[in-house]
Design a protein around this ligand. Structure first.
Ligand code: ATP
Ligand code: MG
Length: 553
């Protein structure tokens, strides 16, 4: 991609740094997730960028869990994040935890106090907020701002020792309550939380704030390029202030525009609500925008990496059409997916002149789009299932499939001519009759017949019944978060359509998650993680064409 488009601004910066021998030409990036949820497609952009840039310049990438918020963080999330990054195809040089740096961060805070650059404030959260001022008016100094170094050292130590309760005191940097940058108005560095941490347990009852942990963690690891999303741009001066005052390794922060997708919510807080309130079945429900859901749905790592490349990196916010993500997976699966026959809405087709009890094994191509994909054999017999909508009692004008007196080709098999049908008391078609043309066998066609339609089928006696899940977008509006009311009011009530009795060709009995299929004419499918031999379950990853813009848009 970069070859087509020219280098992006981050590539230019890093190339320049490497050329100038900055940090000895070394490139070390980091991906810093907070383990408070599963990774989503937005994170994959950051992952591809951080890992991809390091690879490109012969460097490496640390995985750092930004775990400074004890209430929301869990080991389950840590494990899922690692699995997702590896699945995307990346490996980190080191696995670090911001919580491992708690002792050093504490020492940094003590150094700031000693330098007269931090103080303990007894004001309440509300009082601190009120003293903050506004972007156009200066804030006011806290009455505790002029405490002596000795007093601050003593109080901070007592904070650490658990002598105060939550919210009773905070440690603040002493910078400038009139700064035009609100983040410079004596930002909070530490707060008291008597909450067990997923790694440090009850060792600490004071926890550093993001701004005091992130840059210092970068510096401790000697990160050369700290790449984050644009909302941190206003934090950058503070990031640099701490590094300068503490005389740390000069890591530098660079910002890019976060990925936004339409018809999707991406904040972990909102995704957690969807899970906790039962709007979806879990973090990996295939309708979710999480990496684990996309994997379960049948997305390949390559398709997600290509998507990240196509989206590119810029410093301007925009909203990407989710159709681009679907395009990327379709493009990848086209080369990868084995073509199989599966009938989603089965209708019995009886071939009257096919010898009773006979079964033929007919060769069929696995994938004509992939060289060397080979062939397999599928059973053909006198009783098949075809799609219900491949038959019409009274065909429309351009209907080239089965109808009384009409001919159609059965894919990889024979031409058949419809000779009749049966109905139940409600007028539903229950069975279609046909005759086959023995000389029309695929690959050996001597019939001289020309038919326009080709339909898929499965042999009734050999078919395996399966559950098939078809998905639609989880939200019915482009930007659920900006609509009036709650974003959950805009959930699409028809985002999941379950077919309980589809009929699949028998080769699918052994299919496992991670194998990719095209159900001919129906889309791309994968076995679900819940699928078993006794109860096969398949997910539709994506249709063959963009049905949304065509049918509904
Ligand atoms: P969310 O707002 O979705 O909860 P977050 O930013 O709090 O996400 P983190 O775990 O802190 O999530 O993010 C880890 C890294 O991923 C950060 O560097 C963050 O900037 C980046 N990131 C998060 N969301 C996106 C996105 N939509 N596009 C690109 N990068 C993202
Ligand atoms: Mg965050």
């Amino acid at each position: 991609m970069s070859a087509e488009k020219g280098p992006n601004f981050l590539e230019e910066i890093i190339a320049e740094d490497v050329k100038n021998g900055k940090h000895g030409g070394r490139v070390l990036t980091r991906f810093p997730p907070e383990p408070n949820g599963y990774l989503h497609i937005g994170h994959s952009k950051s992952i591809c960028l951080n890992f991809g840039l390091a690879q490109q310049f012969g460097g490496s990438t640390n995985l750092r869990f930004d775990d400074t918020n004890p209430e929301k963080e869990e080991t389950e999330y840590v494990e899922s994040i690692k699995a997702d990054i590896r699945w995307l195809g990346f490996e980190w040089a080191n696995e670090f935890y911001a919580s491992d740096y708690f002792p050093r961060l504490y020492d940094f805070a003590v150094r700031l106090i000693r330098a007269g650059l931090a103080y303990v404030d007894d004001s309440s959260a509300a009082e601190i907020a009120a003293m903050k001022g506004t972007p156009t008016t200066a804030g006011t100094d806290s009455p505790y701002r002029e405490r002596s170094v000795e007093e601050n050292l003593g109080l901070f130590e007592r904070m650490k020792n658990g002598e105060f309760s939550d919210g009773e005191k905070v440690l603040r940097a002493k910078i400038d309550m009139a700064s035009p940058n609100m983040h410079f108005r004596d930002p909070i560095l530490y707060r008291i939380k008597h909450t067990a941490h997923h790694r440090t347990g009850n060792t600490w009852c004071i926890y550093p704030m993001y701004d005091f942990a992130h840059g210092q963690s970068d510096a401790i690891e000697q990160i050369t390029h700290s790449i984050c999303t644009l909302e941190f741009e206003v934090h950058r001066p503070l990031y640099e202030w701490f590094i300068e005052k503490l005389e740390l390794f000069p890591s530098r922060q660079y910002e890019f525009a976060r990925l936004n997708l339409n018809y999707t919510v991406m904040s972990k807080r909102k995704l957690l609500q969807l899970v906790q309130e039962g709007h979806v079945k879990g973090w990996d429900d295939p309708r979710m925008p999480t990496i684990s859901a996309l994997r379960r749905r049948g997305y390949t790592p390559e398709s997600i990496r290509h998507f990240a490349e196509r989206v590119g990196v810029a410093r301007r916010e925009n909203i990407i059409d989710v159709g681009l993500l679907e395009f990327c997976v379709r493009e990848d699966l086209n080369k990868r997916a084995t073509r199989v026959m599966a009938v989603l809405e089965p209708l019995k087709l009886v071939i009257e002149n096919y010898p009773a009890g006979q079964v033929e094994m007919l060769p069929t191509e696995n994938n004509t789009e992939a060289e060397g994909a080979g062939t397999r054999e599928i059973p053909f017999s006198g009783e098949l299932y075809i799609e219900r909508d491949d038959f019409m009692e009274e065909p429309e004008k351009k209907f080239f499939r089965l109808a009384p007196g009409k001919m159609v080709r059965l894919k990889s098999a024979y031409i058949v001519e419809c000779t009749g049908f049966e109905k139940d008391g409600q007028g539903n078609i229950t069975l279609v009759r046909a005759r086959y043309v023995p000389e029309s066998k695929s690959g050996h066609d001597q019939s001289g017949l020309q038919v326009k339609g080709v339909i898929h089928w499965v042999s009734a006696a050999h078919a395996i019944p399966a559950e098939v899940r078809l998905y639609d977008r989880l939200f019915r509006v482009e930007d659920p978060s900006s609509e009036e009311g709650d974003f959950k009011d805009y959930i699409n009530p028809d985002s999941l359509h379950t077919i309980t009795a589809a009929m699949l060709e028998p080769s699918l009995r052994e299919a496992r998650p991670g194998q990719y299929f095209q159900f001919m004419r129906k889309g791309y499918f994968v076995p679900d993680t819940e699928s078993t031999a006794a109860h096969p379950v398949f997910n539709r990853t994506v249709g063959l064409k963009d049905a949304w813009t065509k049918g509904k848009g």
